[in-house]
Design a protein around this ligand. Sequence first.
Ligand SMILES: *Cc1c(COP(=O)(O)O)cnc(C)c1O
Length: 416
Amino acid sequence: MAKITDKQALNTQQPDEKGFFGKYGGAYLPPNLVGVMQEITEAYQKIKVDPTFIEELTHLQQTYTGRPSPIYYAKRLSEAVGGAKIYLKREDLNHTGAHKINHCLGEVLLAKKMGKKKVIAETGAGQHGVALATAAALLGLECDIYMGEIDVEKQNPNVRRMQVLGATVVPVSRGTKTLKDAVDAAFEAYLADPETTMYAIGSVVGPHPFPMMVRDFQSVVGREAREQFIEMTGNLPNYVMACVGGGSNAIGIFSGFLDDAEVKLYGVEPGGRGPAPGDNAATMTYGKPGTIHGFSCYLLQDKEGEPLPVYSIASGLDYPGVGPQHCHLKDIKRVEYVVATDRDALVAFYDLSRLEGIIPALESSHALGYALKVAGSMKSDETILINLSGRGDKDMDYVMEHYPLEAYEEQKLLVK
Ligand SMILES: *Cc1c(COP(=O)(O)O)cnc(C)c1O
């Protein structure tokens, strides 16, 4: 198989000393946070090659998360589309129902090894909060989750889950009372007590070392997938596709294939209601370089460089920035970034449910939605591997309210 050179591979895989992937990333921090981030970087660099840490994390992945997650050939779906064969990496089968547990276990284990007593984070829809609260309960650390007051009201089941798991949910009442203000409040709390707490970011975003560290913890998905796919089919997949919010599940699966130049990688961004500002969260498709939350990346921004309000039917995808490594992979053209709209995602949500008995998360449905649009024009000996990042139980109420069954059945979209 054609390999790109080690030098090229290193360029795509590792940030420089300051945490830059090409032009993106870094750590734009208030002076009092510089030392704290440095401490996390140093601890992580040591721990990631420590056999005891690796062994402990691997053991938890196997016995607690349920790794390896299988790869599944979606035969009925593939036949209905009538083109490329579609395979799913089943991250929806993980404990807690999504890929986020992969980096939360890593982050909380790191915090514990650093002697911290508490992990803190912000959450929007609550998915990161629940995964972090789970890992904190498992490893016996305290957990404070900052959440905008509006989100606390909207996401009641996830708030309850976090509380049952022993986390403290801190409602944030300033500003817009949503995710952006929750990030600010969580950072302030972290600054007030960096000795005993660790901030645990929920995607491959934020200041260095988080994009690198969260990526490394998610790369287990790509390592498994490459091996499983070859074992199953004798070949590499022709295409690997994943949805991109902050970009953690996508970089996790891509990292297994970045060095395989012949594998085409597609990151699928949320196209929402369309291209108008405020109607989507397709950062790399419609944004331009800027700075947010301590790092630089493609950003959906206004003329002053302030982040624009964003929208997607999938709450896990509505972030105006994106992981710096993705921005670099876009610029060097190793990964192609495309969009799937709300409607594409909803059709895919029903199609997979009806044809395979798998209800996907609305986030993952974006990757699936794009695949369904292009698979039909591909040859039947071509293969698409999709990272099915999570399950859709959490989305049932929303889908039933906004896109009821009758609407799907009337359109007779894909199911024959
Ligand atoms: C949070 C979430 C995402 C989006 O986050 P990434 O960091 O882009 O992976 C995607 N899928 C599911 C199921 C999620 O919960």
